[in-house]
Write a protein that binds this ligand. Structure first.
Ligand SMILES: CC(C)(COP(=O)(O)OP(=O)(O)OC[C@H]1O[C@@H](n2cnc3c(N)ncnc32)[C@H](O)[C@@H]1OP(=O)(O)O)[C@@H](O)C(=O)NCCC(=O)NCCS
Length: 205
């Protein structure tokens, strides 16, 4: 009985999330939104310009946009519970990308490096200050190409490009670019293996 009620509430919550995003011009046709989805813009509302999702993509997790932030996710992707994306610049994700639970992707450091600026931040009322100080926060776009698989609790930090069909191993902290068809693991992430390109072997693109 309680399980059934939870299901009904979750479905209502998922519908609410969808309605809110669609009202703001975000195209969600053929996108599966979970009730565990939060899309938030620090100044204003998320729009179709700032948050774009391709068809047949499944979305859970938190997507936080700064005033200049944009997140563009391709088709046939899946992002599970505990995903956290933070954009103050641009996060681009290709098609067929799979993110396991608890991953973190950010194109910015969220806080300034300068001790003076950090002190100022902690002395300002919570919630009002972060996006106003974004000029002092380091930002660089992140690009994750088609077919990347991101293992559980991996982190992908600002300025990183991950080449197509690569794998980010569970728990990796990726701070530098990763070539295509590679496995990156560890902290800081290093390429530990090259993956056989079986598209070439099968004659498929
Ligand atoms: C990367 C992964 C797919 C393994 O691929 P694989 O081709 O079998 O690679 P191997 O096990 O041969 O590992 C290659 C090397 O990387 C290391 N390695 C693998 N995964 C690692 C990780 N998560 N962290 C650190 N090192 C790792 C291995 O120890 C090995 O090192 P060695 O060459 O010194 O012995 C797997 O380790 C992984 O992280 N999977 C993600 C699982 C996950 O998150 N699932 C959630 C649901 S999607």
């Amino acid at each position: 009985m309680i399980g059934r009620m939870v299901q009904v509430v979750n479905r209502m919550r998922a519908r609410q999330v969808r309605r809110y995003l669609e009202r703001n011009g975000i195209d969600l046709s053929h996108v599966q939104c979970s009730h565990r989805l939060l899309v938030k813009r620090e100044s204003g509302v998320p729009t179709g310009e700032t948050f774009r999702i391709g068809e047949h993509t499944h979305l859970e997790g938190r997507y936080i946009l700064g005033s200049e932030g944009r997140i563009v996710i391709g088709s046939h992707c899946s992002f599970r519970t505990g995903t956290h994306m933070s954009s103050r610049d641009l996060i681009t994700i290709g098609d067929h990308v799979f993110g396991a639970e608890g991953i973190f992707i950010a194109d910015n450091d969220n806080h300034p490096v300068s001790p003076l600026a950090r002190k100022e931040m902690t002395c300002t009322p919570p919630g009002s200050v972060l996006w106003k100080m974004s000029d002092q926060v380091a930002c660089k776009p992140v690009a994750i190409e088609d077919g990347v698989w991101i293992g559980r609790h991996a982190m992908i930090l600002k300025g990183v490009r991950i080449g197509q069909w690569s794998i980010v191993a569970a728990g990796a902290v990726v701070t530098k670019d990763v070539p295509e068809f590679s496995i990156v693991a560890g902290n800081p992430g290093k390429v530990v293996k090259t993956i056989v390109n079986d598209f070439e072997l099968s004659g498929e693109d």
